[in-house]
Design a protein around this ligand. Structure first.
Ligand SMILES: Nc1ncnc2c1ncn2[C@@H]1O[C@H](COP(=O)(O)OP(=O)(O)OP(=O)(O)O)[C@@H](O)[C@H]1O
Ligand SMILES: [Mg+2]
Length: 508
């Protein structure tokens, strides 16, 4: 590391200047000749399609990767980082999506992890100072959080606040947030925006990566667009609208975002009767016709994912039945569900979806081993061929189907999971937040795919927190609140207001 630290936080001037940054991973050129400048005390949005290079650029800034070429200046001083600790020391903090907090420690212990104030005796830690300092920081930014609470008890939004306080405790002057809102509830999103505005006011620069372009228009001062590892545009947000940003991102006009549908739902394929499970869902009943896309709305924590988990045999059912094509199914495990033709695309791809150490091809074909060969012996060439084919259909950006899943960008990992369930040729498909973390172009591809699946006569349950997409592609919308089904509405006969009202209002 070169340069010295004098004042980390200065409210004016250039906070960050990255110049001529290039980085390749083997034959993949992730970034070429990227220059990126962030003014102090501003929010700078970094946008681009999946695999455009956003996370890679920020990991270089945070000292996770070394660039092949290029310079980094922080508050006008040049640095080269060999490891994240060095970037932290000069005020660069990165808040990752999976947050990296120690679940069983308290808020204060997390804030000072690796940076603990020493106690009076040697090798001891001053817990009191830790708690006081955390409370002070929280207070000065108006965060409502208990320093002594254990992190495992906190909501995702609160965990994010802990990560931000942690950055402040390290005197961060540049805070990078990589897709911070993708797993937050609506009210938590609002709170995060407030926090980001407060950080900006105190002179801190925030680099904000998001696929939700409306957020960027409302929050950011500047926006830089990456496409295929190059900067294609950088400008003040006030001079841009969403349409223009999208054009820079994908290099063309995106029309008809929600493709027109012309499927007439057929007979009832799926009947869920009085389903209750050992998580909190109670007495859920609905049906889905062949060719029908049924949406499921609700606030975070309303029990939407739990309905899917009970159907799929992840959670134990306490009562109720599942009927598919007039046959009552006995489902006690995901393997049972898959063998009966049910697919479940989970919302949390890291924890319950992908095997990160293994090849893409393995991950794609795992739910459809029947396609791969005779007598349970897998034919690797066939596995590759199948994966390559479906990868091309979904335009998954990978070096080859043999590449490990961890080498794919976040959005491409999501596409890979969708590919898995497309291959599995299921009759009843449950998609839980399938467009989370994927770019606008890929979203449109996912909507078209759902349409195509409906045309083939499948029954589709589509769980989403984004009302516009529910209204864009579903035939009917189910609304969950506190573990119960409180609405079952024809999409053309309802409004976003009505759905939100049902999701939020407590019945007397
Ligand atoms: N560790 C790695 N090994 C190999 N290739 C990688 C690695 N990390 C990133 N890449 C590749 O570099 C490119 C840029 O990826 P990056 O994660 O920066 O994209 P991104 O813009 O953050 O996309 P997303 O919106 O999907 O998160 C992609 O082609 C990706 O596959
Ligand atoms: Mg990324």
């Amino acid at each position: 590391m070169t340069g010295t630290v004098e004042s980390n936080r200065s409210g004016t001037g250039v906070a960050l200047r990255m110049t001529g940054i290039s980085k390749s991973f083997g034959p993949v050129q992730a970034l070429s000749d990227v220059s990126f400048t962030v003014q102090a005390g501003t929010v700078h949005a970094l946008v681009g399609e999946n695999g455009a290079g956003k996370s890679t650029l920020m990991k270089i800034l945070a000292g996770v990767y070394r660039p092949d070429k290029g310079e980094i200046e922080i508050h006008e001083k040049p640095y080269t980082f060999d490891k994240p600790e060095q970037a932290l020391t000069v005020g660069v903090s990165m808040i990752y999506q999976d947050l990296d907090l120690a679940e069983h420690l308290t808020v204060a212990e997390n804030v000072f992890l690796g940076n603990e104030p020493a106690g009076i005796l040697p090798f001891t830690v001053d817990y009191k100072a830790m708690a006081n300092r955390t409370a002070e920081l929280a207070q000065s930014f108006n965060f409502d959080i208990d320093p002594t609470a254990e992190v495992s008890q906190l909501s995702t939004g609160d965990c994010q606040v802990v990560a931000i306080i942690k950055a402040l405790a390290r005197k961060a002057s540049i805070i990078v947030m990589d897709e911070p809102t993708s797993s937050l509830a609506e009210t938590e999103v609002e709170r995060l925006f407030e926090i980001v505005r407060r950080l900006r006011k105190s002179g801190i620069s925030v680099v904000y990566i998001s696929h939700r372009l409306e957020e960027i228009i409302g929050l950011a001062d500047e926006v830089t667009v990456l496409r295929d590892g190059e900067v294609v545009h950088s400008e003040s947000v006030t001079r841009l609208d969403i349409g223009q940003i999208v054009r820079y991102m994908v290099g063309r006009e995106l029309t008809e975002f929600f493709p027109a549908r012309d499927v007439k739902p057929g007979d009832i394929r799926v009947k869920i009767n009085n389903l209750s499970s050992d998580s909190r869902i109670r007495d859920i009943s609905f049906d889905i016709r062949s060719g029908e896309i049924v949406g499921m709305a609700g606030l975070v924590g309303a029990g939407r994912t739990e309905v899917a988990r009970a159907i799929f045999g992840v959670d134990r059912k306490l009562s109720g039945s599942i009927v598919l094509d007039n046959e009552e199914l006995s489902i006690n495990s995901p393997a049972d569900a898959i063998s009966h033709g049910i697919a479940f695309l989970t919302e949390d791809r890291k924890r319950t979806g992908l095997c990160l150490g293994l090849a893409c091809s393995w991950n794609v074909t795992i739910a459809s081993l029947g396609l791969l060969g005779m007598k349970r012996i897998i034919n690797p060439a066939r596995e590759n061929e199948i994966a390559a084919d479906i990868g091309a259909q979904l335009s998954i950006k990978w070096l080859s189907p043999q590449a490990p899943v961890d080498s794919l960008s976040g959005g491409n990992q999501q596409k890979l999971l969708i590919a898995r369930w497309l291959l599995a040729k299921s009759k009843f498909m449950i998609f839980d937040e399938p467009t989370r973390g994927i770019d606008v172009g890929a979203k449109k591809e996912v909507y078209s795919l759902l349409n195509r699946l409906a045309e083939e006569g499948k029954a589709i349950l589509f769980i989403s927190s984004e009302l516009p997409e529910l209204f864009g592609i579903t035939d009917r919308i189910l609304v969950m609140r506190r573990g119960r089904l409180v609405g079952n509405l024809k999409t053309v006969e309802t409004t976003q207001e009505e759905v939100m009202h049902l999701a939020a209002v407590e019945a007397n």
